[in-house]
Structures are given as structure tokens and as C-alpha cells.
Design a protein. Structure first.
Length: 202
């Protein structure tokens, strides 16, 4: 992908304000960084307030639930969980990475990397498919995941109306993939809110 040809490309930079990590999107693909004083939409909108603290508490709870759900996956190498949450903080659906219902998922297939990748449905897509909501979703819905969304999942979630995404911090390997079409790029094009938060899993 030639980013110099993407007029709407938005490069993500960590917010310098929040204890989690919301993202600022820079429209210039050649810039070196954004001003350290800039903050994400969550910090600008909520600040240090009772509402902001309440949202952060619920974010932590739903991330912990996503971690629990991730252990339901049969994948021996990668386990991810997702929780789709309504604006009133009620859970709409859960999902984890796995094969379609009824499809064989024996260890011989799960350990065949190429075959597994052809069959697997990602956690956030399963959460979306498991929900019984009408699309597009309205404002205030959030998808919680144990890792950042890939590009393919992100565009489907954006099409479903989601504009808020909260995940556990990305690994260094995941961050390395951001420059080659990570889902953050597409979230930025629609001004979606993307936040990373660490949670205590002890």
C-alpha cells in the first residue's frame, strides 16, 4: 500500500493524557509526530470527571470479561475474546476466535496454520454475528477486544455502525503491522474512537 496516495490516511499516535491509550490520527503520512499536548476524543470529551471515571471502570470490567471469553477458544496458539456492549453498559453478545458452528475443529486442523487461517472467524466478528441487534448500531456502542482489530474486522465493524473500540495494549509485533494497513487506519478515516487500556488480570 502506497500511503503517499492516501489523501485520507490518518496515522495513529498515542494520546499523552489518558491512563489508557486513546489515539490521535494525523492526516499527514509524512509527519514525524503530533504535538504531545494533543489528547484523544475520550480525554477531550470526558476529562477527569465522575463520568470519565465511570466509563474507565466499565472499560476495565468488559476487558476482563473479554479475557475470560478468550479462554473458550480452542485455538492452541492464539486466543482472543470480544464483548459487544450497548450504550447502557449491558452486554449484547460475546465472541471468541474459532471455526463456524458445526465445522470440524480437531487438533490436526488447528495445528495446520494455513488451513486454520482459512476457516477461523475472529472474536469481534463472532460477537457481531452472535448479536441480535438491528444494524447500523447507533452512538454509544463499544466493542471490547483482547487485542486491536485487524483491518478486515475493522471495516465490517465500522459498516455495522460501531465507532468506539477498546482493547488491551497491542504487542510489539502487532504495532509493527500498523504501517501496512492495520485497522486503526480505517477507524481514523471515520473518526472512530480507539482506546487501549491495561487491566489487572490477577
Amino acid at each position: 500500500m502506497d500511503k503517499t496516495q492516501l489523501s485520507e490516511y490518518r496515522r495513529p499516535f498515542p494520546c499523552k493524557t489518558c491512563s489508557g491509550r486513546g489515539f490521535i490520527f494525523d492526516t499527514n503520512p509524512h509527519s514525524g509526530n503530533v504535538e504531545s499536548s494533543e489528547t484523544c476524543s475520550a480525554c477531550k470529551g470526558l476529562g477527569v470527571s465522575p463520568e470519565g471515571e465511570r466509563q474507565a471502570k466499565w472499560d476495565g470490567r468488559f476487558l476482563q470479561l473479554a479475557i475470560t471469553v478468550s479462554f473458550w477458544s480452542k485455538d492452541p496458539s492464539t486466543k482472543h475474546g470480544a464483548v459487544l456492549v450497548r450504550p447502557d453498559f449491558s452486554v449484547a453478545s460475546l465472541g471468541f476466535n474459532g471455526f463456524p458452528r458445526g465445522m470440524a475443529d480437531g487438533i490436526n486442523i488447528l495445528e495446520n496454520r494455513d488451513e486454520k487461517y482459512r476457516r477461523v472467524i475472529h472474536a469481534e466478528m463472532n460477537a457481531l454475528l452472535n448479536s441480535r441487534e438491528s444494524f447500523p448500531l447507533g452512538p454509544g456502542w463499544t466493542m471490547y477486544t483482547t487485542g486491536p482489530c485487524c483491518a478486515r474486522c475493522m471495516v465490517h465493524l465500522l459498516q455495522a455502525g460501531l465507532r468506539r473500540f477498546v482493547s488491551m495494549p497491542a504487542t510489539s509485533e502487532q504495532r509493527a503491522r500498523w504501517e501496512s494497513g492495520h485497522g486503526l487506519q480505517y477507524a481514523g478515516e471515520l473518526r472512530a474512537e480507539v482506546i487501549e487500556r491495561s487491566v489487572d488480570v490477577s
